[in-house]
Ligand binder design. Structure first.
Ligand code: PLP
Length: 455
């Protein structure tokens, strides 16, 4: 007999994962190695350690250890806001009249308002362990910058954040949250770095981009004694830390004997999705189960659905190592009307490889449809979702409606990565009917791809 599923499945504190799951170690065909931008050869640990702190550089290159223990200090911090609940969306199911069973993993229960804190605390911990003074980073919408600021203040590290200029101006409250945690916040592009000055010269009046802010943060870290760079998505190390999301989700489902049919997540750089699917995909790669995995991206930044699988720079300034990934080209900047986050030009190498192998699907969705889903969800489930998260909601609802037509009672699990309190200007545009859908033309996509390095 099946137990009745509660609205929220909470794990006990003692059930928190003790190790992260390294998905690449389960893959037979591994993602291609990072390339050194100077030699175009696979990057060495030594070289990578000049950018990231030592332990994180080692994690970045590790594709053999299936599990990596979570340091006790990180587990102790996780206890402040984890385990995160897995919620059965009974109210949404009822509103949709679907036989599907919908679950979402909610990562918005911390001040950063997103899953980013899961990796921020790990990255700050290893920096502290190494005796560093501080870290630099970029932030787009602001969640990552907030998360890293929180993590750095916890361990007594300095934190310098380059915030994409349009967000800096649109989201002054985000900036103040970061400053509350002691971070130093600079709008990007800035005149404080050579790459910032170069980009300002080339594109005067630019609103900035993630790729540009990354270059500024990397340059700043390399010029300061005792500093390293930290990145909130895309990297293998970030996917590794985010596996805590999937491990908890799977443990909660297993507790009630529930088997997911599909796992859905929004994909910007791919870290929450990579973390959410990790234990499910690992199980599938071991031939023990089968799932449908769906990555959801904005139609205005369609990395997987319209990009190319090729080596590319991770940043506009071309100072970072190159990664083989689905990409729109490091010079691609989504239209200014794009409100919903997920604006990175590339996709983490692990998800790129899984997608290329046909093990994961991808959908692109228009932002007005995304906000419609966000509102529909908020009205019945209560949580005000981040626009990024609402990409996953959109496809979860679409899939639940397909179940309604076919009469199938599929079990749908999606990642609700965060809350949208700082995105009310975008919600306002949507409510006032002023939100538009910009879909790049083939010529614009071609232009971005024409800038790919020839390797
Ligand atoms: C950063 C962020 C994302 C996208 O990043 P991924 O690395 O693709 O997970 C999604 N949702 C929220 C709330 C975020 O802050």
């Amino acid at each position: 007999m099946q137990q009745e599923i509660p609205y929220k499945i909470y794990l006990e504190e003692t059930e928190l994962p003790k190790s992260w799951l390294n998905l690449r170690a389960f893959m037979q065909k591994k993602p291609a190695p990072l390339l050194d931008s100077e030699t175009m050869q696979p990057i060495t640990l030594e070289k990578l350690s000049t950018v990231f702190c030592d332990e994180l550089a080692a994690q970045e290159l590790n594709d053999t250890d299936k599990y990596i223990p979570i340091p006790q200090e990180v587990v102790d911090f996780y206890k402040m806001y984890r385990p995160a609940p897995l919620v059965r969306a009974y109210c949404l199911e009822k509103a949709l009249g679907t036989p599907a069973k919908i679950y979402y993993k909610f990562e918005g229960n911390n001040t950063s308002g997103s899953h980013k804190l899961n990796s921020a605390i790990a990255q700050a911990y290893y920096a502290k362990e190494q005796g560093l003074k501080g870290v630099t980073t970029e932030t787009g919408a602001g969640q990552w910058g907030t998360a890293l600021s929180m993590a750095c203040s916890y361990f007594g590290l300095d934190c310098k954040v380059f915030m994409v200029k349009c967000s800096y101006e649109q989201k002054p409250f985000r900036r103040e949250v970061m400053r509350t945690y002691g971070a130093n916040v600079t709008p990007s592009p800035s005149t404080t770095t050579a790459v910032g000055r170069r980009i300002l010269e080339e594109f005067p009046g630019t609103n900035g981009s993630l790729g540009c802010a990354i270059s500024e943060a990397v340059e700043t870290a390399s010029g300061l004694e005792g500093y390293r760079y930290a990145l909130g998505s895309v990297l293998n190390q970030v996917l590794l830390h985010q596996s805590v999301i999937g491990l908890e989700t799977k443990a909660a489902l297993d507790k009630y004997g529930v088997k997911a049919d599909m796992v859905i997540g929004c994909a910007g750089g791919g870290s929450n999705l990579g973390g959410l699917i990790a234990p499910f995909m690992a199980e599938q790669l071991e031939g023990k189960a089968k799932y449908q995995f769906i990555a959801v991206e904005p139609a205005s930044c369609p990395t997987l659905t319209r990009g190319k699988y090729a080596y590319d720079y991770c940043d506009t300034g071309k100072v970072c190592p190159l990664s083989k990934m689905y990409t729109l080209g490091s010079g691609f900047i989504p239209a200014a009307s794009h409100a919903g986050g997920l604006r990175y030009h590339g996709m983490t190498s692990t998800l790129s490889e899984l997608y290329d192998q046909g093990l994961m699907e991808a959908r692109s969705v228009k932002q007005t449809d995304v906000f419609a889903a966000a509102e529909q969800f908020a009205r019945v489930e209560g949580i005000l979702p981040a626009p990024e998260s609402a990409h996953a909601i959109r496809v979860a609802i679409d899939e639940a409606m397909k179940c309604k037509e076919s009469g199938e009672a599929k079990t749908i699990v999606f990642g609700l990565t965060g809350t949208g309190y700082f995105d009310m200007m975008s919600y306002e545009k949507f409510h006032d009917g002023k939100m538009t859908d910009y879909i790049p033309t083939d010529a614009e996509i071609e232009k971005g791809l024409s800038g790919l390095p020839k390797i």
